[in-house]
Design a protein around this ligand. Structure first.
Ligand SMILES: [Mg+2]
Length: 343
């Protein structure tokens, strides 16, 4: 396979702020794998939380180039395992290779990826729409913009938590999920926050405590009035057995797992441990969002909105209707590059 690597600038519709950082845009990496006249597309959304940058992503892909260029795309299980074994981490780069080879396979077979996995496109979940940390006025404006979305995911974990939730509940009575992004390091404070959020009719809380504190999460879960979902605490299938007693559910992201093949293993592992499953994302274009959406008929909750938060999307793929994810029926990922958005 021939590998082509390019960077892709993404600009946000609003400044994007969560508990630990903020940004107006980011630079993802888009790859093409070409073989037999067919091109598979992949996207990496590097995340500094996991020691990934645009540069480290490109460096990993260059390191993987000899493996990629010698690989037979039909033997993608062996090929992707070799990519994972090249180095620890850099899972966003690995995800780009995984989705590109599966895009190639789907195009070669002339079937959409959800069909390759034997899934029912009618069974996609409703995605939440994420509201980043902001002033009460801007929170209300964002909630108005998200009018068509029946479920909101509110980012908390700053000193502004109370005024944010007040603005949210003044603006809407829609279903609300909360993501603290590790922002409540004191378990007692986290418990107080969760009692308060339960009164505000919040459905569940994602990653209240910093990752790696499973004893504290277990303590919290025994007392908390709401389900607790792991995000920063879970990356790969092998992480799941150790945290299954501490959490009610997990947030799987292909950028954390290193692609769809590992995400699918995570779905099965989580089910075996009785966990609920969310499929989430980073700030990504419709290329990577659509890749993840092809697995969404298997999960309970979706948070696949990274593309919706962009000022301009370089790709067109899956859509959303009244919050419900719509899968494209074209072969492979079913994603096209938008005109004038090259590199
Ligand atoms: Mg999260």
């Amino acid at each position: 396979m021939k590998l082509h690597i390019e960077t892709q600038e993404l600009r946000m519709r609003h400044i994007w702020r969560i508990s630990r950082d903020q940004a107006m845009g980011k630079v993802n990496v888009v790859i093409q794998l070409e073989h037999d006249g067919i091109i598979g597309f992949g996207e990496a959304a590097p995340n500094i939380r996991y020691h990934e940058t645009t540069e480290s992503t490109v460096a990993f892909l260059e390191k993987a180039r000899p493996v990629i260029e010698a690989a037979d795309p039909w033997r993608f299980q062996d090929f992707i395992r070799r990519i994972h074994e090249l180095d620890e981490g850099q899972n966003a780069a690995k995800a780009a290779v995984d989705m590109a080879v599966l895009d190639w396979v789907g195009k070669k077979l002339d079937i959409p990826l959800f069909r390759y996995f034997g899934l029912d496109a009618g069974k996609t979940p409703v995605t939440s729409y994420s509201i980043g940390i902001d002033t009460p006025e801007k929170i209300k404006e964002k909630i108005r913009e998200a009018e068509g979305f029946p479920i909101l995911k509110i980012k908390l974990g700053s000193e502004d938590d109370e005024q944010i939730m007040q603005a949210v509940r003044e603006a809407t009575d829609r279903t609300v999920r909360v993501d603290a992004n590790e922002g409540w390091p004191d378990p007692l404070q986290a418990l107080e926050k969760m009692h308060w959020l339960a009164q505000l009719n919040v459905e569940f809380v994602e990653q209240p405590l910093p990752a790696g504190r499973l004893d504290d999460v277990t303590w919290l879960r025994e007392r908390a009035p709401l389900p607790i979902v792991a995000d920063e605490d879970v990356h790969l299938a092998r992480d799941i057995p150790a945290l299954a007693h501490a959490y009610d559910g997990i947030n799987i992201k292909i950028m954390k797992s290193g692609g769809l093949l590992e995400a699918l293993r995570m779905i099965h592992t989580a089910r075996a441990h009785g966990l609920s499953i969310m499929l989430g994302c980073m700030i990504e274009s419709s290329l990577a969002i659509t890749a993840a959406a092809h697995l969404s008929p298997l999960v309970d909750w979706a948070d696949l909105d990274g593309n919706l938060l962009l000022a301009a999307d370089p790709f067109t793929g899956g859509g959303v209707r009244e919050g419900k994810l719509i899968l494209p029926h074209g072969p492979g990922l079913g994603v096209q590059r938008n005109q004038g958005q090259n590199g």
